[in-house]
Design a protein around this ligand. Structure first.
Ligand SMILES: [Zn+2]
Length: 125
């Protein structure tokens, strides 16, 4: 094997490794971009919901259907965001009481509403 062949082999190896890393970074940033887009859409939907409710109250108009439509949109966006961050969802689930479903502080050991012990992962010591 000539020195040149060896060099080419090494260069190809490095190029492959670099390509792999770039691909992984691209996947991560794609998720991030999608997350940002969904968050933006969600913010828009909340803003629209606010406007619709405000107009309805102010003008005495019943636009419940429109509210439902936006609520559905928000629900879909939230699901999509959750799907992007399955880990985050698992963490946020700990904030709800398994007994009554009341929201509670992650620091609470017992539910502030029904007093049920909140099963949390044992702290690592
Ligand atoms: Zn409870």
């Amino acid at each position: 094997m000539s020195g040149m062949d060896q060099w080419m082999g090494k260069a190809r190896e490095m190029a492959n490794a670099a390509g792999k890393m770039a691909g992984e970074a691209l996947d991560a940033s794609k998720t991030k971009v999608q997350e940002l887009k969904l968050s933006g859409d969600l913010k828009d939907a909340y803003a629209r919901l606010g406007t619709v409710v405000y107009d309805a109250r102010r003008g005495g108009v019943d636009n419940e259907k429109l509210v439902d439509l936006i609520l559905g949109e928000i629900e879909t966006l939230r699901e999509e965001l959750k799907a992007l961050n399955p880990q985050q969802e698992a963490e946020s689930r700990e904030l709800y009481c398994p007994q009554c479903g009341a929201a509670n502080d992650p620091e609470d050991l017992f539910c502030p509403k029904c007093g049920a012990p909140l099963s949390k992962q044992a702290p690592v010591e």
